[in-house]
Design a binder for this molecule. Structure first.
Ligand code: SAH
Length: 215
């Protein structure tokens, strides 16, 4: 694994900082994880640009600055158990895995879960469990979670995910219609209920029901 040129990486980190990713631990994780491992095929040489890129099954790997901002918004602690809905390439899960104890990530496409698992093995990231499932139901057998991150847009935060959040837990989720600008929301579960906070406009692929055609 060679990874990018030092100058390419410097520019990458500069772009992240200039777009508001300021958390030192998040920047360090993004410096350590080679995004090139998660981008296959003809776009591999563009993996250090701050852009979303196409991956298999018609999906996208998120823009790095959005990954950074979402990770930062989760306010992670090293002991956290985190659920990600929408494994995609596995890049977001890999960043999370450097910052918390355990990451569970689910995607409705079996092929993406397989390819992401290969990337985790390549990078020797052993605290991630990737599974094929409809993540709108969460992962009841591992609930509750300290943190939940949804990387596909829902019309509203799915009820089962809200229910699987610990008291004092945080969920970050893009909400809105799939073909319009969506809003990234942070949900904080308290003893009394749920507090909602808008973070910024974003654009994600939609959260869909059921499993993908490949499994
Ligand atoms: N986090 C990813 C990007 C995710 S793209 C990365 O770092 O690369 C959104 C992903 O959400 C797609 O892979 C899509 O298959 C998945 N998805 C959409 N609806 C889903 C659902 N109900 N359950 C699980 N995954 C879903």
């Amino acid at each position: 694994m060679t990874g990018p040129e030092p100058e390419t990486k410097m520019q990458f980190l500069f772009a992240l900082r200039s777009r508001g990713v300021t958390d030192k631990r998040v920047l360090q994780a993004m410096e350590e994880i080679d995004r090139g491992v998660f981008v296959r095929g003809i776009f591999a040489n563009r993996s250090y640009e701050d852009m979303p890129l196409p991956i298999a099954c018609g999906q996208t790997i998120s823009q790095p600055s959005v990954v950074g901002l979402m990770t930062q918004a989760l306010q992670l602690s090293p002991r956290d158990k985190v659920l990600e809905v929408g494994t995609g390439s596995g890049y977001q899960a890999a960043i999370l895995s450097r910052l918390v104890r355990r990451v569970y990530t689910v995607d409705r496409h079996a092929r993406l879960v397989l390819e992401a698992s290969e990337a985790f093995a390549t990078l020797n990231l052993t605290n991630i469990t990737a599974m094929t499932a409809d993540g709108s139901f969460g992962l009841p057998e591992q609930a509750p979670f300290d943190r939940i991150i949804v990387t596909a847009a829902a019309e509203d935060p799915p009820g089962p995910l809200l229910a699987q959040l610990k008291i004092d837990g945080i969920m970050v989720v893009p909400v809105g219609q799939s073909d319009a600008v969506q809003t990234l929301i942070r949900v904080h579960r308290t003893e009394a209920g749920y507090d909602y906070e808008e973070i910024r406009p974003v654009r994600f692929v939609p959260l869909l029901e059921g499993l993908g055609k490949d499994g």
